[in-house]
Write a protein that binds this ligand. Structure first.
Ligand code: ATP
Ligand code: MG
Length: 268
């Protein structure tokens, strides 16, 4: 089988500079055709998610990570459009509270992992503990250095207990981030999204790139693969993620559970 072009290989260190955030090799058409395809994929995902819920066997965990303005929110909105909110949960991980900080960093994460029949999307995740934490030295290298191993083992535990894990890094360029931040400043209904903190983080762009390269390479495993998705074009990003998700769910070959014996049952 040929490897997916955006898969992060576990065998060599990811080089983000060598990956084009505007790449579009998986779709020959333009934006309009792309959007039509996404709509078709939304329909398939809706059915798959209903079957997943009805069958109540598999658990699906989707991890989204990106630089600020990378498009996590938009991805959630567009890829999951039409699915039933009863079966799809989003867990967003912000700066840890004092109570969360009093525990190990996986404590707050584990309780949000999906149960049977559920899809859970992590909007940021335990990866922050080797990204922002590493870039800002919030704990010593001694401490964060061990976390890659913990994360690999934690995800292996989830996978062995029946969780399908897919991880997406939304790869935008520094120029694209500039445009998106500027748009947030200039557009009244987007201003609420602007934070001065994003500018402070932008100054650490290179350190984040390095932290992402290391984290993704060390933790992309067959049971929990990372995909680095070209994300400067929003429609292409949504299309590629929808496809990977639909293909992975279709491979589960799920079916609706057998009904009870309905012979002779009448509704009067
Ligand atoms: P938006 O795209 O809407 O801005 P967001 O995910 O960036 O959404 P924010 O509230 O702006 O949400 O930012 C959350 C912040 O919390 C990020 O700066 C992130 O790095 C930080 N954070 C998340 N987890 C941790 C952690 N374990 N340790 C320290 N900081 C963390
Ligand atoms: Mg933010």
């Amino acid at each position: 089988m040929t490897e997916h072009p955006y898969l992060v290989s576990p065998d060599r260190t990811l080089d983000l500079a060598g990956r084009d955030p505007r790449d579009r090799r998986l779709f020959a058409g333009g934006k309009r055709e792309g959007r039509d395809q996404i709509r078709a994929l939304n329909g398939r995902l809706e059915t798959l998610q209903e079957t997943l819920y009805a069958e109540g066997r598999h658990k699906i965990l989707i991890v989204l990570q990106a630089m600020d303005t990378g498009g996590k929110d938009g991805t959630i909105r567009h890829v999951f459009e039409g699915t039933n909110p009863q079966g799809v949960k989003v867990a967003s991980f912000k700066k840890p509270t004092p109570k969360e900080l009093a525990h190990d960093y996986l404590w707050r994460v584990h309780r949000h992992t999906p149960g049977r029949g559920e899809i859970t999307i992590f909007n940021r995740s335990h990866y922050e503990d080797v990204l922002v934490v590493r870039v800002h030295g919030l704990v010593s290298p001694e401490v964060w250095g061990k976390r890659y191993r913990h994360i690999v083992e934690f995800e292996r535990l989830l996978a062995e207990e029946g969780t399908v894990i897919l991880k997406f890094f939304l790869h935008i360029s520094k120029e694209e981030q500039k445009e998106r931040l500027q748009a947030r400043l200039d557009t009244p209904h987007k201003q609420w999204k602007f934070s001065r903190g994003d500018l402070a983080e932008r100054a650490h762009w290179d350190a984040y790139v390095e932290a992402y390269e290391v984290a993704l390479s060390k933790t992309s495993k067959p049971w929990a693969p990372w995909y680095a998705i070209p994300a400067d074009r929003k429609w292409y990003r949504n299309l590629v993620i929808s496809r990977i998700l639909v293909e992975r769910l279709e491979a589960l070959e799920m079916s609706y559970p057998d009904p009870e014996d309905l012979d002779g049952v009448v509704v009067d």
